[in-house]
Write a protein that binds this ligand. Structure first.
Ligand code: ZN
Length: 346
């Protein structure tokens, strides 16, 4: 039985059942001082042909993460409908007020949209966007690739990511999709605050959910764009939506994706006080528990020694602090270790 979905206040110009290429704007109402009946326009592209699965590509759910929006826009401009078997729905910059504002949070309601799912049709602007994506797009979708970077918070090793899924079949299918995407790493993780994320909605609806972390610092990572563009096409190839085999040669000439996991709290190192953070490593470096992750400096004080922060587990540096000036309680390093199914399940 189909679930009853509350009507959205967002208008949608796309007929998802129609074959061919359609491009236009979702229009989300936003009453403002200068335009009581104003809308926010969100680009959306749908390409459908023949029969096959539906793949959803989303970017810009956080506004300061640019590699995904660029990669999806390239694909949206170039994908030939005649070469598609199935349907590809592309929303390159969904949280467009945040994308245009260069911020993680929406400038409209100051919310992190990726903590607003499954949303609320009558809620705040971010909740309304979340509700439309969950209630009106996801029911069509077999595979979701939601492209993120670490924004201003961190730099990230170029990676896909997924939750640890208790269902072994879905776990295997998702890891296979990650291998096809072909980032240098795929990180299986147990999130800190995951109930209200988009990924959790995709999983609840039984679709395959893949995320990415393709850079950070609010800049555009050259290799992140390359991996993102290639990964989007690789996923379409993997699910036979377009012809061809995934191409996974990495920048260093190696081939394929290293599967990793972030299993517990010991993977994170937090700042015990505010200050200027000097990291010791770049993302992708091998690190060991007990080694310094970096030092917090207090340049406003004469002769005050820096405070050392240590790694708490062995592995590869996945995330490294983005801003130089950090606050007490900020995570400054996240370490991933090689994925082991038996260990993960435990
Ligand atoms: Zn993000």
């Amino acid at each position: 039985m189909a679930l009853q979905v509350e009507k959205s206040r967002i208008t949608n110009p796309i007929d998802f059942d129609r074959a061919g290429r359609q491009a236009g704007y979702l229009r989300a109402p936003l009453s403002r001082n200068t335009s009581g009946w104003g809308v926010v326009e969100i680009p959306i592209i749908s390409i459908k042909n023949g029969s096959g699965p539906t793949v959803l590509l989303t970017g810009g759910i956080h506004g300061d993460e640019y590699e995904g929006p660029i990669a999806i826009s390239y694909l949206a401009r170039s994908l030939d409908p005649a070469k598609v078997q199935g349907r590809v729905i592309m929303i390159p910059a969904y949280n467009i007020p945040a994308v245009l504002n260069d911020t993680r949070l929406s400038p409209v309601d100051n919310r992190d949209m990726n903590r607003c799912f499954p949303g609320n049709a009558k809620g705040t602007f971010s909740e309304m966007l979340a509700h439309f994506l969950d209630g009106h797009i996801l029911p069509l979708v077999d595979v979701s690739v939601d492209m993120h970077t670490a924004g201003h918070s961190f730099d990230s090793a170029l990676s896909t990511n997924m939750h640890y899924l208790p269902d072994a079949d879905m776990r295997r299918k998702t890891m296979d999709a990650a291998s096809a995407f072909g980032a240098p790493y795929n990180t299986v993780f147990w999130g800190v605050d995951e109930g209200a994320t988009f990924t959790s909605c995709v999983e609840r609806r039984g679709a395959i959910s893949l995320g990415t972390e393709l850079g950070g610092w609010g800049r555009v990572n050259v290799e992140g764009v390359r991996i993102g563009r290639r990964g989007a096409e690789n996923v379409l190839k993997h699910f036979n939506v377009i012809e061809g085999s995934p191409e996974t040669v990495q920048r260093d000439g190696s081939r394929g994706t290293r599967h990793m996991m972030v299993r517990d709290n010991a993977c994170y190192s937090f700042a015990p006080s505010a200050g200027l953070f000097e990291p010791t490593n770049v993302v992708g470096d091998a690190v060991k528990a007990g080694q310094p992750a970096g030092w917090i400096h207090f340049v406003e004080d004469v002769d005050r020694d820096p405070v050392q922060i240590d790694y708490r587990s062995d592995g590869v540096l996945w995330m490294s602090a983005g801003p130089g000036r950090i606050s007490r309680g900020d995570a400054v390093a996240v370490v991933m270790s090689d994925y082991e199914d038996a260990l993960a399940a435990g």
